[in-house]
Design a protein around this ligand. Structure first.
Ligand SMILES: C[S@@+](CC[C@H](N)C(=O)[O-])C[C@H]1O[C@@H](n2cnc3c(N)ncnc32)[C@H](O)[C@@H]1O
Length: 438
């Protein structure tokens, strides 16, 4: 599963973890970290999924203003506006750890391979670019229907849909449906999630960072000026999505619930109402095997042959009625196995204690970090004092042991001498008694 995480409650200071990931230690040596950073950059380049981190400049005409607005929005949603960005990566021991990314390493965030610390979509720029193109097509070809994202997290991709409808002037009576548990992954062990998705859900539900409330998502929308034109559907998909069946037409369905169950439930409940020419987007098809299985099984069961197109290294989409095509290939013609190998290369530089091994960048510490540094220093001073005291006590103990040894030796000597004296006297007394008796 690709790295991802989020929510206010789960946020920590940069370069910190939710779990203690090796309390002591420090960052890897710079040479090792630099070597690992190089491997990350090379693996990203081989994935051929990099994307320039730039917006389109505005010009006076409406079309270029729209383009500039949407491009700027994508950079903002992904938190790629500034010179650095903060990324969050799960550590192999089940914790999460945040890192500052700068320079070429910002591509990790740009291609949606990590979880953003401040960004409001995990998807990255290429997936937003594609969403942009889909909505442009919906506008140009007047594809009717609402749009839905099932699995929204902080809501960035759904917000982008809403903004793109407005920018193309086609929001009209369309809504963007925002569906999520708003509590993260299923925590209960009951059916149907206990089946194919149990392992992945079991892992993800423990990550508090993935649970973002509906109120937080609404706030995210409101910051961009959108307070209407969407509908929140709150609850687990297994309960909520089947109720939507037959209730409306869809122009675009975006499924990002990661697991087999979330994906299959979404397809079963929504696909029949997708109009001809409408789009279905599956965020985790490449990377999450069970998600891919849900899609393949659904397509096989329904005899769907519409061509699957790769959006980036993991996300795919197809257009209803587009007809059969070649075997799915990613846009840069990178076979899935090669992509997985490159991702394996990235995994190879993940250290169980520190996550992605990158050199620490010079940065202003957070108040929490400063506070922790102070408590660490005072704990270290206390520890040093205790060590000294232990040392002195040990020395005293050794002295006492030596003294005890000496006393024991003297005792033994004394006991020996005393014993001999008593024995002599007893013998003498015995001979006196014997003489007397005779
Ligand atoms: C990977 S995140 C979505 C990322 C989001 N699309 C974005 O652009 O950042 C997965 C989301 O699916 C939700 N989710 C997972 N399983 C679910 C289920 N069975 N029912 C409802 N929501 C679920 C989680 O709460 C989480 O918000």
């Amino acid at each position: 599963m690709k790295g991802r995480a989020g929510s206010d409650s789960g946020r920590q200071g940069a370069e910190s973890t939710t779990k203690a990931v090796g309390a002591a230690g420090g960052a890897p040596p710079r040479a090792v970290a630099d070597r690992h950073a190089r491997r990350v950059i090379d693996a990203l380049a081989r994935l051929r999924c990099t994307r320039p981190l730039a917006s389109t400049p505005a010009a006076g005409d409406p079309a270029s203003l729209r383009r500039a607005y949407l491009d700027l929005l994508k950079l903002t949603i992904c938190d790629l506006i500034g010179p650095t960005t903060l990324t969050v990566l799960p550590t192999p021991d089940g914790g999460v750890l945040s890192r500052e990314l700068r320079g070429e390493l910002k591509q990790i965030r740009a291609i949606g391979m990590d979880w953003p610390y401040n960004g409001i979509s995990m998807g990255g720029l290429m997936r937003l670019d594609d969403l942009d193109r889909c909505i442009e097509t919906i506008a140009n070809e007047r594809v009717p229907g609402d749009l839905i994202e099932a699995g929204v997290w902080r809501g960035g991709a759904a917000l982008f849909m809403r903004a793109a409808l407005a920018a193309h002037g086609i929001e009209g009576d369309r809504v963007v449906v925002v569906a999520d548990s708003f509590k993260g992954f299923r925590r209960d062990k009951g059916e149907p999630s206990a089946g194919r998705s149990a392992g992945l859900e079991g892992m993800l539900r423990e990550i508090e960072y993935l649970a973002v409330s509906a109120a937080e998502v609404r706030e995210n929308f409101a910051r961009f000026g959108y307070t209407e034109g969407f509908e929140f559907i709150e609850g687990f998909f297994e309960e909520t999505l089947p109720r939507l069946k037959g209730s409306r037409r869809w122009a675009l369905i975006r499924l990002d619930g990661d697991t087999y169950t979330a994906t299959r439930t979404g397809l079963e409940a929504l696909y029949d109402d997708l109009v001809e020419g409408g789009f279905v987007i599956i965020d985790d098809y490449g990377w999450v095997e069970e998600c891919r299985a849900a899609v393949e099984e659904f397509r096989a069961a329904r005899g769907i042959e519409d061509r699957i197109e790769w959006v980036d290294w993991t996300c795919v989409r197809w257009r209803k009625g587009s007809g059969p095509g070649r075997e799915p290939v990613r846009p840069p013609d990178l076979p899935l196995e090669d992509a997985v190998e490159q991702l394996g290369e990235l995994q190879g530089v993940v250290n169980p204690r520190y996550g992605l091994e990158l050199a620490p960048t010079p940065r202003i510490p957070t108040a929490r970090e400063a506070e922790l540094t102070l408590s660490l220093e005072s704990a270290q001073a206390e520890l040093a004092g205790m060590r000294e005291r232990t040392h002195a006590l040990n020395a005293e103990l050794t002295g006492l042991r030596e003294r005890l040894g000496e006393l024991e030796q003297r005792c033994q000597k004394y006991e020996g001498a005393l014993g001999r004296r008593i024995t002599r006297r007893l013998r003498r007394a015995a001979s006196l008694v014997l003489r007397h008796v005779r």
